[in-house]
Design a binder for this molecule. Sequence first.
Ligand SMILES: Nc1nc2c(ncn2[C@@H]2O[C@H](COP(=O)(O)OP(=O)(O)O)[C@@H](O)[C@H]2O)c(=O)[nH]1
Ligand SMILES: [Mg+2]
Length: 321
Amino acid sequence: MEIVRRIRSGNIRAAARLLRDIDDRIPSAHDALRELYPYTGKAHVVGITGSPGVGKSTLVDGLTVRFRKDGLTVGILAIDPTSPFTGGAILGDRIRMQRHFPDDGVFIRSLATRGQFGGLTRSTNDMISVLDAMGKDVILVETVGVGQDEVEIVNSAHTTVLVTVPGLGDDVQALKSGILEIGNILVVNKADREGAEKTASQLRGLVDMRKIGGNGDGWNPVIVKTDAHRGMGMEELYSAICGHRDFLLRSGREEWNEMARQRAKRQLMEALREEAVKAILNRMEDRGKPLDALLDEVVERRTDPYSLASEIVSEKLCNGR
Ligand SMILES: Nc1nc2c(ncn2[C@@H]2O[C@H](COP(=O)(O)OP(=O)(O)O)[C@@H](O)[C@H]2O)c(=O)[nH]1
Ligand SMILES: [Mg+2]
């Protein structure tokens, strides 16, 4: 396929087009993804997550400069489901990122994802695959918040950087349960502001508590204070990210391979879900029993969605008669 060949050679227009098709759920995008898949799995995927305004985009910008300095190529996906309401943020990102545009080693894409939360994970994984197949060494994925969807996205990354700012003490408390599972690296950005050390030590407390608990995968989250605006702490953040990659690659790539396995499983499950639903709906249509025709039974309480779903999936309806 021509588009596949062009993407593999690093063609920016071809990649941008496929990303748009994925975002718009154009069926032909699947064919291209199928052909690209064998060429994926090489990039180091780094997720950068945190509430709006904490400085994720500024950090991504600084990190990009640093990765480039080491000669590594960078792909950037900025995913912001809230952007229909904060379109300005994405516009700001575009302007900020413009200085990378003449650089062939950087590919940037901002996505609103149309607020379709359900399919966010799938399209994100697919988009990562495109950048991966382009041959980018590092893929930075910026996502908002730490809600359910974002946690899912975090699962797609090898390394996750959780960004917070001083004075979010309550947030730290609220996030306590999940924060260490989510973040391999915890950043206190806007360290030029008051209270940065306090937030950092709160985080350190959490990490130490976990250490005593003996839980964990052998990696203890690293805490880094940054002032992304002035570029302070960026070298530490960069080392932490590279350090985590090296940790994953150590011991015969075990951790790295395990993550690849988990990611493959998630992709397979999602594809399976989609294929299964499609197949069932088609079969119902073929038998002259489209889903809509059965809805009345639920509306009129002659059955319930759960029983009806079991019935639909059962042999009788799917394979019989
Ligand atoms: N004071 C200060 N401001 C920062 C710092 N990092 C980012 N900002 C500012 O915070 C605002 C939001 O940054 P942005 O990167 O767009 O945040 P995002 O929504 O998380 O991507 C911008 O006005 C940045 O210039 C920092 O370290 N210190
Ligand atoms: Mg941003």
